[in-house]
Design a protein around this ligand. Structure first.
Ligand code: ATR
Length: 269
């Protein structure tokens, strides 16, 4: 049976095996999908061992997306552009790297009726998760994108990488108003406080790239308290990026919304 896995550190919490098993069942594909824990500096060795032992494809999660981009034999242009690979496929003995995160985000927003086109976007964070979605947001027609980060220099660097067409600032110095706020900061939103002024979220659409089964991530809870018009975590994005990976590997496009509903209900269909 063809073998796939998600590699990360940590990896125990990953929902990817549940998602891919559900896709396999739905499409009648026979495959095996595991979690693979690699040491923090051990991505290359773990990936090489996986493919040498007959593995067909890997999903890559934190903190290895940059390592994966450097490791693969070739990269799809969208992955090369953001320097991050979340899906590796083996073809005729060569490894190919893709990034399906941006596509997954746009698909989930579309499915939920959130339009990006013509909207002013605030993106919090300037790490791997954010660099993976910026091109997709531009492609979807965002009118303006402002990147705010704890370390403002990283926001500026990311904006410059994209031809200087985005705004950049620290978290405490965000000017303007925004229709949609996307959180890509990996921590720091615990408890009562938010990373940015609550006025920014009032009346806005707020979407967390992080997820939890019940959708109550710290950012989502903060945004609700701040008076956001609509709040959602990134579980739908996770399912959509997985569906795009599944299509690359198996040539079949699975239906996603039933899988998302089952995850929310903590069911294994
Ligand atoms: P990822 O691949 O998930 O994006 P990352 O590249 O380590 O992970 O980026 C993490 C992001 O979360 C960064 O934007 C980071 O801000 P810095 O660039 O200043 O490090 C942000 N982040 C992490 N912890 C944070 C905290 N406690 N407060 C604010 N931002 C935080």
């Amino acid at each position: 049976m063809d073998r796939y896995a998600v590699v990360g550190h940590p990896i125990a919490h990953s929902l990817s095996p549940d998602i891919h098993r559900a896709f396999a069942k739905q499409t009648g594909e026979r495959l095996h999908y595991d979690k693979l824990l690699a040491p923090k500096n051990g991505f290359a060795a773990a990936a090489a061992a996986f493919f040498q032992s007959g593995g067909k494809g890997l999903n890559v999660t934190m903190p290895f997306k940059g390592d994966a981009c450097r490791w693969v034999d070739s990269t799809h242009p969208a992955a090369a552009e953001c320097g991050a690979v979340n899906t590796i496929a083996l073809d005729k003995g060569r490894t190919h790297g893709f990034n399906t995160d941006g596509f997954g985000l746009i698909r989930d927003l579309q499915a939920q009726g959130v339009a990006i086109s013509g909207r002013r976007l605030l993106v919090i964070g300037a790490g791997g998760a954010v660099s993976g979605i910026l091109d997709a947001l531009t492609g979807a027609g965002a009118a303006a994108i402002h990147i705010a980060n704890r370390t403002p220099g990283k926001a500026t660097a990311l904006a410059e990488q994209h031809g200087g067409k985005f705004g950049a600032s620290s978290l405490g110095d965000i000017r303007g108003t925004f229709d949609i706020i996307l959180n890509g900061a990996s921590a720091g939103l615990q408890g009562e406080g938010g990373l940015i002024a609550a006025e920014l979220a009032r009346g806005a659409v707020c979407y967390d790239l992080l997820y939890s089964r019940d959708g109550r991530t710290p950012f989502c809870q903060w945004a609700k308290r701040a008076g956001a018009a609509w709040v959602c975590d990134g579980l739908g994005m996770l399912v959509e990026q997985a569906a795009a990976a599944f299509a690359i590997w198996r040539g079949q496009q699975p239906e996603t919304r039933s899988v998302l509903r089952a995850l929310r209900a903590n069911r294994r269909d």
